[in-house]
Structures are given as structure tokens and as C-alpha cells.
Design a protein around this ligand. Sequence first.
Ligand code: AMP
Length: 191
Amino acid sequence: MNIIFFGPPGAGKGTQAKIIEDKYGLKQLSTGDMLRAEVSQGTDLGNQAKAIMDRGELVSDEIVIGMIAARVDSKSCKKGVIFDGFPRTEAQAVALDAMLKERGKKIDLVLELQVDDNALVERIEKRAQEEGRSDDNVEALKNRLAQYRSYSAEVLPYYKAQGDVPPVDGMRPIDEVTMQIEAILDTDEEA
Ligand code: AMP
């Protein structure tokens, strides 16, 4: 099963993906985590991406599509993938569909984690203290939320045209959000 966790920064996509991947034998692929790994290793790609990420803007489609393409064939992705933070543009969504189609696969489900902006700001401030991410600051967050508004208006209709995009109430405590996601996944698996 191939799933997309869609939602704004701080919605809990990564947290939920880590819980769900173990339970369902899926592999989380987070383009944000991959980019941060490149930055911390000081690779050319990381050096190129860092300033863009720090401003809260989007890294080029070519870079993120390439990173995903390099991983989808790995053994750990065999049972399926949870795409976290990808796709963020229609071009990325189209490339992902094509990549999966070539392999006889498809996106089975897109979930939209919904969280109020005020709660996102609080969560990101907390994460800034805990993890020290250089893009978890008020200025970059404003940009990331603005970017989210603009790319969600592009990506969500793309998937809604293909099928249902069930909403998940991301304002609930972590375990309740997990329960909502599991209920959707279990219904989808039976379908
Ligand atoms: P995230 O951890 O998903 O919030 O991503 C952190 C940052 O990495 C984003 O603000 C972007 O600069 C970059 N990034 C992550 N995923 C993508 C993507 N799919 N397309 C473009 N930029 C991305």
C-alpha cells in the first residue's frame, strides 16, 4: 500500500508516519528528512538546498523527485511507502504517479492532516526548542505556511480528481490521530 500523508508543517505527518510504518510494515520516505541528512553531511546537494530550506521555500522538483526515485526500489519499500512531505507540487505528483506506474504500483490513499494555524505555530515553537531545526523559527514558518497554502491548492485537487482524500483531525492527541488513520487504512485495505 502506498500512502501520502499530506498536511502543513507541524501537522504531525512525521510523528504519525513513524508509528504507522512499524505497524503496517511500510517505509516512511520524508523528503525533508532526506534533505536535512544531505545538509548535515555537507554534500553539494545539501549545500544547495540549505539556504532555500532556511527561508522556508521549496527546493526544486528535480532534486526531490531524484531523491525519491533513488529510494523507491529499495528492499524496505517493497510492502509500500508512506510519502511524508512529498509531493508538494503538481509536477512532483505527476512524476510520482509515473514512477509508480512503471513499477505496476500506484498511490492507494492520500490522507490530509488538518491542524489550525495557531496550533501549528505553538507546535513549531516547541519543536524549535527540542530539535533546533534551523527552519523552525517564526519568519521561516510564516513562509512555510504561505507555501503550504499555495501548494496544497495545487496538489489536493490533483488527488481529489483521482479519488477521495479523507481528512484526519490533527488537533487530537497523538494516539487519537493514529486511531483515526488506522481506521481509514483498515477500511481501505478491505476495499
Ligand atoms: P519538511 O521537513 O517536510 O517540513 O521539509 C523541510 C523543508 O525541506 C521544506 O520547507 C522545503 O524547503 C524542503 N522540502 C521538503 N520536501 C520538499 C518537497 N517535496 N518539495 C520541495 N521542497 C521540499
